[in-house]
Design a protein around this ligand. Structure first.
Ligand code: FES
Ligand SMILES: [Fe+2]
Length: 427
């Protein structure tokens, strides 16, 4: 069988024609090796994606009172997210306008308690943001308040020295920031980026939910390996025996034909993601019949993965640290009414997900390591991995088609100089 050439226009056309495209029988080339292992590729992603798109950085509940802040890592840029005096949230580059000092320190962990367990510096500003170097002081909304011994006579115009702004918006209790506020002003809103996702899971009371547990995993894999793994269940039968016991559909036909729109049905008598598939917790109020017994999942590109059971939500927030290293902050969200019960214990959900997560991280790290081989040029998506193709198109639209094009003369890696084309090698 000849392997198909990659033609993104054709792919998009097929998408329009066959929205689910589950009946395709062709293999597709994955992203090229460089996309997973090169620092220069990550640099391109930083410019076109991590600093251009809306990125999830935490939950609103983490910053409850004025002055509470997180200093989050946005793929290498440090951004302060702070609760303002007026009760809103604002975000700024963590860079003093005087000589560029950081305004927070990397090892700062001075509160609030709701930020415990995050990988980010956090604390509470006492009224102003004071630079530790020469004590320039900024309001919580980023405006400069005063600079010692400087005034109008020195040519100091406060309006010229506010902190560099970062756009901020919220949805479902999540805080999103965009490091290119000029793009937002030009119309790239969070609502546009979220698309149909809020409507698809509108009955889940996401904004009301609270975090009962947080675990930060450090995974030695590119962030896209983790997203691709989240997007397919071809691996589930072999990697997740416990998960497939409660959701047998995950191991059937390589995880194809899963009904994510109506929810993936669970095994008879089970309705949630725990080892037994059951729990004492009540389902969220307002769910429909399907949602009370089925599992849903959404991926807000590029870095927020939301797994929804009837009684809890497991949330994965990705923070790329290097081409081969990603932090994954996993929050377990529950309804406050359940959390208020003296018998509340989230460990059935946490332990189950922790088991499944570690199984996933192990295979992701195996992929990352294998891709460094001189014999790896690019991989293949099988038909039932259809959803994984999204990331190739997602990247092509932002980084350009050239960035995702594979070198078909060297399907087995740059060291393969035999001249055989991909079809010949694979047949
Ligand atoms: S660098 Fe911040 S006040 Fe000088
Ligand atoms: Fe998995």
């Amino acid at each position: 069988m000849a392997s198909p050439d990659i033609n993104l226009d054709e792919e998009r056309e097929l998408d329009r024609e066959f929205p689910n495209r589950m009946d395709r029988r062709a293999f597709e080339a994955s992203l090229p090796r460089a996309a997973y292992i090169d620092e220069t590729f990550l640099d391109l992603e930083r410019e076109r994606l991590w600093w251009a798109e809306w990125i999830a950085v935490g939950r609103e509940e983490q910053l409850a009172t004025p002055g509470d802040f997180l200093s989050v890592d946005l793929a290498g840029e440090r951004v302060i997210v702070v609760r303002t005096r007026a009760g809103g949230l604002s975000a700024h580059y963590d860079v003093c306008r005087h000589r560029g000092s950081r305004l927070t320190s990397a090892d700062q962990r001075t509160g609030p308690a709701s930020c415990d367990g995050t990988p980010d510096p956090s604390g509470t500003f006492k009224g102003v943001i004071r630079c530790p170097y020469h004590s320039w002081c900024y309001e919580l909304d980023g405006a400069v308040r005063n600079a010692p011994y400087l005034g109008e006579a020195d040519g100091f115009e406060p309006a010229d020295f506010g902190l560099h702004p970062v756009a901020l918006d919220t949805w479902g209790g999540w805080i999103f920031v965009n490091a290119s506020p000029e793009r937002v002003t030009a119309g790239h809103t969070l609502a546009e980026q979220l698309g149909d996702i809020p409507a698809r899971i509108a009955r889940y009371p996401l904004a009301d939910l609270r975090t009962a547990r947080r675990i930060v995993y450090e995974v030695r894999a590119n962030w896209k390996v983790i997203v691709e793994n989240y997007n397919e269940c071809y691996h589930c039968a072999g990697v997740h025996p416990e998960l497939c016991r409660i959701v047998p559909a995950f191991r059937e036909k390589g995880g194809a034909y899963l009904d994510w729109d109506n929810g993936v049905p669970q095994a008879e008598g089970t309705f949630t993601f725990t080892l037994t598939g059951t729990t004492d917790r009540a389902p969220f109020p307002g769910l429909d019949g399907h949602e009370q017994t089925r599992h849903k999942g959404e991926l807000v590109y590029p870095n927020l993965m939301i797994s929804l059971s009837a009684d809890h939500v497991a949330v994965f927030t990705l923070v790329p640290k290097a081409p081969d290293r990603t932090l994954i902050v996993v929050d377990w969200l529950f309804h406050p009414d359940e959390m208020a019960k003296p018998t509340f214990d989230p460990s059935d959900a946490v332990d189950f997900w922790d088991l499944v997560n570690r199984q996933d991280w192990t295979v992701c790290e195996g992929v990352q390591d294998g891709m460094t081989s001189r014999r790896f040029g690019f991989g293949w998506y099988a038909p039932m991995e259809d959803m994984s193709l999204d990331i190739r198109r997602y990247l092509a639209e932002r980084l350009g088609d050239d960035a995702v094009r594979v070198d078909r003369r060297h399907p087995a890696g740059p060291a393969d100089t035999s001249g055989a084309d991909a079809a010949g090698d694979r047949a």
